[in-house]
Design a binder for this molecule. Sequence first.
Ligand code: PLP
Length: 374
Amino acid sequence: MVQALSVCGNASSIHSEGRQARAIVEKARRQLGEALGVSPGQVVFTSGASEAAAHALCPVVRAGGSEIPVSTLYVSATEHACILAGGRFSAQNVEVLPVDATGTLDLAALKDALAGHDRAQGSPMVAVMFANNETGVIQPVAQIAELVHAHDGFFVVDAVQAFGRIPFSATELGAHFILLSSHKIGGPQGAGALVLANGSISPAPLIRGGGQENFNRAGTENVAAIAGFAAAAGLAAGANGKTAGEIGAIAALRDSIETGISTICGEAGNKAGQPVFFGHGAPAGRLANTSCFAVPGIKAETALISLDLAGIAVSSGSACSSGKVNKSHVLEAMGVDDELAVCALRVSTGPQSTGSDAEAFLGAFRNIVNRIAA
Ligand code: PLP
């Protein structure tokens, strides 16, 4: 990435500086393709997953020389805001499907929705996240893909949280379009990709103008960010992805944190309620590094500030994209009542997190419980 910053050429220019920039972008495309198990030409670099979503969620899909109209977008209620916004579908053409108490998409509801879809108006498109950013809950992507294909629909998978955490091959996922974000795997912010997992099918371009990204996404490439994204992908996924043993060790660390939380809340003398861990029992499991929980009576905002003062960065259950803690639409969709939802904290471990980090967190958490609920 640092090397790329010193290359001043525009990747579309013919001069040698331009060719150097082009070489960096194309190397990055190969690296990302390798990490995903697709050919480089299937990778479209974007400014992030939100742009990739706005691009993929399109009422016109191109297959070879023809254009296929898509009339309805079906999404789960726990999707990221960039999916719930519906891309280029108008609000009345977006149907939100329920999840169960574990946060798993209600497959019967999806089946009914697809069975009732009016094909005369256009194809259905289904967009679902592989793993949830608040709870870590994994969706049964293979079963969803089967249903979508049985109804000749298009399948969009938001793999932002799963990439680098769950080994997968983009071609075996059954998705037409896959969304990725660089900063979720340790790359720079402001880069991502739309992966055309079914090579011959692409959404109509979102940003039109120049012929960059094989006419899929106009605009001069962010060469350094793309280089950083691909380097991070090369380290985190594909052949360098996590083994089952490594994922097991990450889950064991997360489980030790959850056991510690329960122990602290159960200690004699404190009045904190017992913690509720969200997403436990989800049929497809949870991401190994994520725990979302609430202790009744301990507000997330208070706990978050105390933990921050102790040098520990956690999030509230809700994504606070505007800088303030909002009610979580994910927990709401899972049927969590408002009083408990405002207590929801999300703890994620990183690749370098250790047992002593978990202990430091639990020590700081014990202080909060003792102070607030004693
Ligand atoms: N999808 C999920 C599951 C996410 O967690 C995020 C970011 O938090 C996004 C999409 C949006 O990604 P970006 O910030 O790259 O636009």
